[in-house]
Design a protein around this ligand. Structure first.
Ligand SMILES: C[S@@+](CC[C@H](N)C(=O)[O-])C[C@H]1O[C@@H](n2cnc3c(N)ncnc32)[C@H](O)[C@@H]1O
Length: 352
């Protein structure tokens, strides 16, 4: 309930670290990323840069107390807002009830990550940063594709989304996002525009889903990028020489061949011979990685780990064919990644 008492944590009678006071009586929960936009000029600027049309159905994620919602209602035809916190939902109802906007606002109470998204033309949102990655990919998977999403992210996350080959922040998240969308940086936002101020600066970006979509087999693509970005500054030749990588690809190769030939026995034989422990469950193709650890090593590398085999020659042959052996993922364009994957697939080499 808005204006309710702040619950004190057990054993910490004088501490209310997670609850920040708010002049209107509502308290903000950091755990829900509640940093409310307090600068009306900034709110105007976001709505203006979003290019909202008067015919637009707008999706807002995390409307909070409704500062952005109000401007969106003024600009568009309809706002559908998804808010996890029932206190905020009440606050919104109270704020817009009896106003000319009330019948054009629908508030859905729930976790946006667990909610089936409605149809919308444009999404405008100041989101809780902890859901940045899964939310971005939920939006990018959404059908039918919307015109654009204008979203406030933590600055570093935003810069990863818009990074170009060769930029320090260029990572798997960048390539995965840019496969599905064109992304533009719109606005830098300092932390003092929020109440309470977050610990980080922010940026507003514009995400435009590609139309038509670039079609890839998602598991194949994810598996491929995971390997390429395992050490993004190493040459692809060095990454694809690793024993663990060769083993995984050879297993996939034989699996596909065996399935094609319907040879179940040879499958069992392959499984018995190979050790794939270094990839294990990490082959899960979830898209929620924020890319922050792309420089971290998941697969051991090094000369000692190399294998000599015909299959390795096959893999390196593909790299040579496309002139990729000396190239590094940190500098590869989206088109080059797509081309390299197509060369691997043409040679019967698969990543899932
Ligand atoms: C950064 S605040 C933005 C509030 C408001 N839009 C503004 O700009 O002033 C994020 C809002 O998202 C809500 N929220 C947090 N997690 C959410 C989730 N998983 N699904 C929907 N809303 C969420 C919070 O309760 C909060 O109201």
């Amino acid at each position: 309930m808005a204006g309710g008492k702040v619950k004190k944590e057990k054993g910490k009678p004088h501490q209310q670290q997670k609850h920040m006071p708010y002049q209107g009586g509502i308290s903000f929960h950091k755990s829900k990323g509640q940093h409310i936009l307090k600068n009306p000029l900034l709110v105007d600027s976001i709505v203006e840069k979003a290019g909202v049309k008067s015919t637009d159905v707008i999706l807002e994620i995390g409307p909070g107390t409704g500062n952005l919602t109000k401007k969106l209602l003024e600009a568009g035809k309809k706002v559908i807002a998804i808010e996890i916190d029932p206190r905020m939902v009440l606050e919104l109802q109270r704020r817009f009830q009896g106003t000319p906007h009330s019948n054009r606002l629908t508030v859905i109470q729930g976790d946006v990550l667990k909610t089936e998204l409605p149809y919308f033309d444009i999404c405008v949102a100041n989101i809780p940063y902890q859901i940045s990655s899964p939310l971005t990919f939920k939006l990018l998977k959404h059908e039918p594709a919307f015109r654009a999403a204008i979203i406030m992210f933590q600055r570093e996350f935003a810069m990863r989304l818009v990074a170009q080959p060769g930029d320090k922040l260029y990572c798997r998240l960048t390539v995965n996002t840019q496969l599905h969308a064109r992304v533009f940086h719109l606005l830098k936002v300092g932390r003092n525009n929020f109440r309470p101020p977050p610990k980080v600066d922010s940026s507003v970006v514009r995400i435009e889903p590609r139309k038509p979509r670039i079609e890839v087999k998602q598991k194949e693509w994810d598996g491929f990028l995971r390997i390429c970005f395992n050490r993004k500054n190493k040459t692809l030749g060095s990454i694809f020489r690793q024993k663990s990588v060769i083993s995984l690809l050879e297993k996939n190769y034989r699996t596909v061949r065996a399935l094609e030939l319907g040879q179940e026995d040879s499958l069992k034989e392959v499984d018995a011979k190979m050790d794939f422990s270094s990839f294990g469950d990490d082959q899960g193709m979830e898209m929620d990685d924020d890319g922050a650890d792309d420089d971290e090593m998941e697969v051991e590398d090094g000369e000692a780990d190399e294998v000599q085999s015909e299959f390795k020659d096959k893999v390196l042959g593909v790299l040579k064919e496309g002139d990729f052996e000396e190239k590094r993922s940190s500098k590869l364009t989206l088109q080059e990644f797509l081309y390299l994957l197509s060369l691997f697939n043409k040679a019967g080499i698969h990543f899932s």
